[in-house]
Design a protein around this ligand. Structure first.
Ligand code: EPU
Length: 441
């Protein structure tokens, strides 16, 4: 689905949409199915490109994948796992970062793994050094070639002690997916504890794993000999829910996000309220709306869970351009996540970005050459523009800006948004947005 999206802005988003399972959990649970000796069933699966990419990669490795797209159910049968051809895997180079998480399970199942150059969003270097160090710690041999990385485990994988320099989500998942079948004990110090990771631990426990999480971010895993398939329903996508909430605020709208869940969104909800947004937690989801009058500026710092997610930052910044006064946003997870503000400035927003750590404690990007703090001055009327979608969350933010702006914007590259936002054109329609797809000219 690529083409030109024409957005006539200036109309509040109003109506009801449904958010299904979390992209950043579903893709990992799909990889976990590789570890089972029997089939797995995953429910509440969204139809997004990242799910399709992981499904294709699993099929290349001999897993039978049936995806009922309407019901949102995935059936994954890993009985015949086999090595895939390097050229076939390489065709996926650049389309997702998930292949790195195939390593542990494939090393257990086949004794070898290959991963292509990794994709993901252009939001910094996004290295994989933690992942490779972890796999080496377990005893894997890692060979970097021109096309990708070849791994083997000639003596099997053995439990180990890992201390993460930063509570990385992916590195924590890498450790979990490798340790559950490794011989003996693994201790992971400084782990990430995002709700999507807790849900992954729940899945692994259903499969037969023994995993405990301490209050100090230490996770202990006792390796087991065999794991079976699981039956699980994914937690809701809290990033998508927060994105639509910010869209409601920026357009002075009123949006019910069915499926949104409060416990995983508490930090977002606090911030949303401080800015001046209203919400109502219902049995079937959360209603978000602009209560009229002025929005308030805030000082905000992104952080690992339970802090304010980096992925909520970009959509909220668009709403902050409509707040009265100066907001300060300090991004501490990625070094380069303010690139999307260039386009907002082009639409009339007043946003300055700085190398210094502003508004909070100093972070690991301070005193280095990274523009990782922003000052947003509002309110500024936004005007329409021609927009090229840069990355998933930045792209969604541009879309929100176009919806809030006066005039007609033209947005190119929207297929990137489909990586993580299910049926977002259908949802725009359900919210009475004036947006339509046309051919590229
Ligand atoms: N990092 C390293 N070395 C590594 C791995 C990470 O230096 O080997 C650094 C990263 O560069 C970054 C920080 O550690 O500065 C945190 O990265 P993390 O590993 O936590 O991120 P990730 O696992 O690659 C997942 C989500 C991201 C989300 C982050 C943080 C998936 C597929 N992606 O990425 O989601 O922003 O956690 O919560 O789960 C998105 O959905 O748009 C998205 C980018």
């Amino acid at each position: 689905m690529d083409g030109l999206l024409t957005v006539e802005g200036g109309t509040p988003l109003t109506g009801e949409i449904v958010v299904r399972g979390a992209k950043n959990f579903v893709s990992k649970a799909m990889v976990a199915a590789l570890l089972g000796e029997t089939p797995s069933h995953l429910s509440n699966v969204p139809v997004i490109r990242d799910v399709d990419v992981v499904a294709d990669l699993l099929r290349l490795h001999g897993v039978t994948v049936d995806h009922d797209r309407d019901d949102g159910v995935l059936h994954l049968d890993p009985s015949d796992v086999e090595s895939a051809h390097v050229a076939d895997i390489d065709a996926y180079a650049g389309s997702s970062r998930i292949p790195i998480l195939f390593c542990g399970p494939l090393l257990h199942r086949l004794g070898e793994a290959f991963i292509p150059d990794l994709g993901g969003c252009r939001i910094g270097d996004r290295p994989i050094n933690y992942h490779l160090d972890i796999l080496r710690n377990f005893g894997a041999v890692v060979d970097k070639g021109s096309q990708g990385i070849q791994l083997s485990a000639p003596r099997g994988l053995v439990g180990t002690r890992i201390e993460l320099p930063y509570p990385s989500v992916g590195a924590t998942e890498q450790t979990l997916l490798t340790a559950v079948r490794a011989t003996g004990l693994t201790e992971l110090v400084g782990a990430a504890i995002e709700p999507e990771i807790t849900d992954l631990i729940a899945v692994l426990q259903k499969m037969g794993a023994i995993i405990s999480v301490d209050t100090d971010r230490t996770i202990r895993i006792e390796g087991v000999d065999r794991l079976v398939g699981y039956r699980h329903t994914s937690l809701a996508d809290r990033i998508e829910a927060g994105s639509w909430a910010s869209a409601a605020l920026a357009t002075r709208g009123d949006v019910v996000v069915r499926g949104a869940s409060q416990p995983e969104m508490m930090t977002f909800l606090n911030t949303f309220r401080k800015v001046g947004g209203e919400f109502d937690v219902r049995d079937d989801g959360i209603r978000f709306w602009h209560r009229g009058g002025e929005l308030r500026p805030i000082v905000l710092e992104t952080d690992v869970h339970p802090g304010f997610m980096t992925d909520w930052q970009q959509p909220l910044v668009v709403a902050l351009t409509q707040a009265t006064g100066l907001s300060i946003v300090h991004e501490t997870v990625y070094e380069n996540r303010f690139g999307f503000t260039d386009a907002l400035r082009g639409m009339g927003a007043k946003i300055q970005i700085y190398r210094e750590c502003l508004g909070g404690l100093s972070c690991r990007f301070g005193r280095r050459n990274f523009f990782h703090s922003a000052v947003v001055s509002g309110p500024t009327p936004l005007h329409a523009a021609d927009i090229e979608v840069p990355d998933l969350r930045g792209g969604f933010s541009h879309l929100i800006a176009a919806l809030a702006a006066e005039g007609t914007s033209r947005v190119r590259g929207i297929s990137i948004i489909n990586r993580g936002y299910e049926n977002f054109l259908g949802k725009l329609e359900a919210l009475s947005a004036k947006a339509s797809m046309g051919a590229l000219v």
